[in-house]
Design a binder for this molecule. Structure first.
Ligand code: URA
Length: 187
């Protein structure tokens, strides 16, 4: 499938109940030729209203985190596991995640990233392993079909608990080293 068809079909999606309450489908933003993809959990209020991922407070922190390793939204791709806002920002249900998975899979097939960074436990449980423990396993690489996958603390968790930020800085530097080693673009 090409990007245009994919986006058009995704924006019209009615595969789960979240379509009833959404204002916008949050498809994803960034560089479609990126070698690194960041994956969040699902849109919050601001994202739902704007149709763009990570535009609220957590998004501002994500931009600051990216800047620490000379990245910005033009160099990477950012998407969420579920594309419509769960009411009251509850965790997306497994059924909602399953219904939505085809969209992100199709995006990843088109991008073919070398590195995937999961933002938070929920994305890590799906992309790394179901029993993923964020406190123990953040910052570690996992090989998933030749793609390097790592999880960071979710920026919203870092807003709640700033004591985790130094560990996240180390994890970001690990990502930067891997990009320098494995990616063909210059970073
Ligand atoms: N949290 C997420 O996981 N994704 C967003 O887009 C915004 C907040």
């Amino acid at each position: 499938m090409d990007w245009e068809t994919l986006q058009k079909e995704c924006l019209a999606c009615r595969r789960c109940q979240l379509c009833e309450t959404r204002h916008n489908v949050v498809f994803g933003v960034g560089n479609r030729q990126a070698e690194v993809v960041f994956i969040g959990e699902g849109p919050g209020e601001q994202e739902d209203l704007k149709g763009e991922p990570f535009v609220g407070r957590a998004g501002k922190l994500l931009d600051d985190m990216l800047e620490l390793i000379d990245l910005d939204r033009t160099k990477i791709y950012i998407a969420n596991m579920v594309k419509c806002r769960p009411p009251q920002n509850r965790d997306p249900l497994n059924t909602e995640q399953d219904a939505c998975a085809q969209w992100l899979s199709a995006q990843l097939e088109l991008i073919k990233p070398k590195i995937i960074v999961c933002l938070g436990r929920i994305a890590a449980m799906r992309f790394i392993k179901p029993d993923f423990k964020i406190t123990r396993e953040h910052g570690q690489w996992f090989d998933r079909g030749g793609v390097k996958v790592m999880a960071l603390y979710h920026p919203a968790a870092l807003l709640r608990d700033p004591r985790r930020r130094p560990e996240t800085f180390v994890d970001l530097k690990t990502i930067q080293s891997a990009m320098r080693e494995d990616c063909t673009h210059t970073y």
